[in-house]
Design a protein around this ligand. Structure first.
Ligand SMILES: Cc1cc2nc3c(=O)[nH]c(=O)nc-3n(C[C@H](O)[C@H](O)[C@H](O)COP(=O)(O)OP(=O)(O)OC[C@H]3O[C@@H](n4cnc5c(N)ncnc54)[C@H](O)[C@@H]3O)c2cc1C
Length: 376
């Protein structure tokens, strides 16, 4: 007897499976069409003794004590502050663009003048989205805004999305604001850490409850009619669930290139962004993401190339956050409403939303409390 079918074993589906099994004492069948759990957070030990993040580097950070406390039941953590450098005019400079970046790129008197004006105008410690900074009427601030836009944002955004920054939902560019600070950490969240044994080990523990059966290599369409009485939580693509009847929602995909080097470390920080040169957007050195594997003799670099999504050929990684896609999503949301009480949609693909891992987990916890616990 299955009470709940959950489609997708990523952060969203796994959190919900764990909650329903442990808090409601209901039987859950969790399926994933991939041959592993953990969704896009899946990691595995590679042959060189370094943990590989199969779907791109995943760094955990959150301001939510609730999410942190919840996940801490299933893993120990290793504190980790992510640092990102961008190559601008041949120099490695800190990102988000901050007062140290200005000091690294301009002569001292100029850097001091611009920094003073930024602090006076916005306040020390503030984060200013680049599109807002570009509205400044002050000549020095307009100069630095234009410089940052041209050297850091414009080409990187185009490589990543094939769109200009103005054409994206403003929250995307606001994710990497100009930071009026000397704090070089990429994230400022209260909790920043990597799961000590990796994400897959954490998910294995979350799914170890006796009420959960996990079945891999299983597509929802294969078991759709097998448990007619079970309620369904669907964390796959919402347009796929409804047979693309209003057309396919667009996604951006990525290609990863793995490079092994026989040297302790090969670059100066966890991630180096290349806004202007090369076809790839960034390179991440996996060994620097927490030091579980610092004793491995070599190192692995992951180059990321953004590319168009073609179903069946590559993965649908990022929902494309524009006004146009928000319109395309609306009829699917209306269909989901019609299925309320029988099927719940959630997650990166089910909500068609650009979630970080903690947001996917928070969304699942909120859905459980507000709607699922009372429906069981
Ligand atoms: C390159 C990259 C880097 C990222 N880095 C970070 C980071 O550093 N920090 C951070 O917080 N977040 C990061 N994220 C975001 C993070 O990956 C997501 O927040 C998280 O994966 C969302 O979990 P989810 O369960 O909603 O979706 P997913 O992890 O995508 O899980 C959905 C699962 O559903 C399965 N599925 C779909 N359809 C079906 C079907 N019909 N039948 C069966 N199974 C199905 C899929 O196989 C998949 O395993 C990154 C994302 C990408 C793409």
């Amino acid at each position: 007897m299955v009470d709940w079918i959950i489609v997708g074993a990523g952060f969203t589906g796994t959190t919900l499976a764990e909650r329903i099994a442990s808090q409601l004492d209901r039987k859950v069948l969790l399926i994933d069409r991939r041959d592993h759990i953990a969704g896009n957070a899946y990691d595995y030990p590679g042959k060189h003794g370094i943990l590989i993040h199969k779907y791109g580097p995943h760094i955990f950070h959150t301001n939510s004590k609730k999410v942190w406390d919840y996940l801490s039941q299933f893993t120990n953590w290793e504190p980790y502050y992510h640092h990102v450098l961008a190559v601008v005019e041949g120099k490695h400079v800190p990102l988000p663009f901050n007062l140290n970046t200005i000091a690294a790129l301009f002569p001292p008197f100029m850097a001091e003048n611009i920094s003073r004006k930024l602090i006076e105008t916005y306040g020390y410690g503030e984060k200013v989205p680049i599109l807002k900074l570009r509205e400044s009427k002050d000549t020095d601030l307009a100069f630095i805004a234009d410089y940052i836009y041209r050297n850091v944002f414009k080409n990187y955004t185009f490589k990543q999305w094939e769109l200009n920054p103005e054409d994206l939902d403003p929250f995307v560019t606001a994710r990497v604001p100009v930071y009026i600070s000397r704090d070089d950490r990429y994230f400022n969240d209260t909790y920043q850490a990597m799961p000590l044994e990796g994400y897959t080990a954490m998910f294995t523990k979350m799914l170890s409850h006796k009420n959960i059966t996990t079945r891999l290599n299983t597509d929802y369409k294969d078991i759709r009619d097998a448990h007619p009485k079970a309620r369904v939580i669907f964390t796959g693509p919402i347009d796929e669930y409804f047979a693309y009847q209003y057309g396919a929602l667009p996604y951006r995909s990525l290609r990863f290139e793995e490079i092994y080097k026989e040297t302790q470390y090969a670059q100066p920080s966890g991630t180096v962004n290349y806004p202007n040169e090369f076809d790839f957007t960034r390179i991440t050195e996996l060994k620097r993401l927490g030091n579980q594997h610092q004793n491995a003799p070599g190192t692995i670099l992951i180059r990321e190339y953004a590319e168009a999504y073609t179903p069946g050929k590559n993965e649908p990684y990022y929902p494309i956050p524009t006004r146009d896609t928000a319109e395309k999503l609306k009829p699917y949301k209306a269909l989901a409403e019609e299925h309320a009480g029988k099927v719940w949609f959630a997650g990166r693909l089910g909500d068609y939303a650009y979630y970080n891992m903690d947001q996917a987990c928070a969304r699942a916890l909120a859905l459980f409390e507000k709607s699922i616990a009372s429906a069981a």
